[in-house]
Write a protein that binds this ligand. Structure first.
Ligand SMILES: [Zn+2]
Length: 143
């Protein structure tokens, strides 16, 4: 989560909301990929931290299935990212702050644990939540 927070800080330089993500290898010892929001920087509406980190992890493994991997993200995933997490077959999602307005991993929706889907990653929330949320409130305060 510390690495994801560092990654989140990088988003601000491009004018993006500070959210960062990393993907850990199945044994948990290696960071396969990282990503931060790049929507403003790239003009890509899907350039959320989680999607970018998942794409890079898949490229690193040469395989779209990220079975066994863990995605760590500073903010609760949105519906798009929750869908991408299910599609990628990650085993675990760890997030920091809850997103009460748009969260899709327990707050507004719970897409990642929807029993109608064929893959449901384990969810761990609240890891360094205060630090994750502080990055966001500081960012929006300066806007
Ligand atoms: Zn998202």
């Amino acid at each position: 989560m510390r690495l994801a927070l560092v990654e989140a800080g990088r988003a601000v330089r491009g004018g993006d909301v500070p959210v960062g993500a990393v993907v850990l290898s199945p044994d948990g010892t290696t960071v396969l990929a990282a990503g931060h929001n790049e929507r403003e920087a790239t003009g890509d509406p899907t350039a959320h931290a989680e999607v970018l980190a998942l794409r890079r992890a898949a490229a690193a493994l040469g395989e779209w299935r990220l079975t066994g991997c863990t995605l760590v993200v500073t903010l609760e995933p949105c519906t798009m990212c929750a869908g991408a997490l299910v599609q990628s077959r990650v085993d675990r999602v760890v997030y920091g702050a809850r997103d009460e307005k748009a969260g899709a991993a327990g707050s507004l929706w719970d897409v990642v644990r929807d029993r109608r889907l064929n893959h449901r990653p384990e969810v761990v929330e609240g890891v360094l939540a205060d630090e994750s949320a502080r990055l966001l409130t500081d960012f929006f305060r300066t806007r």
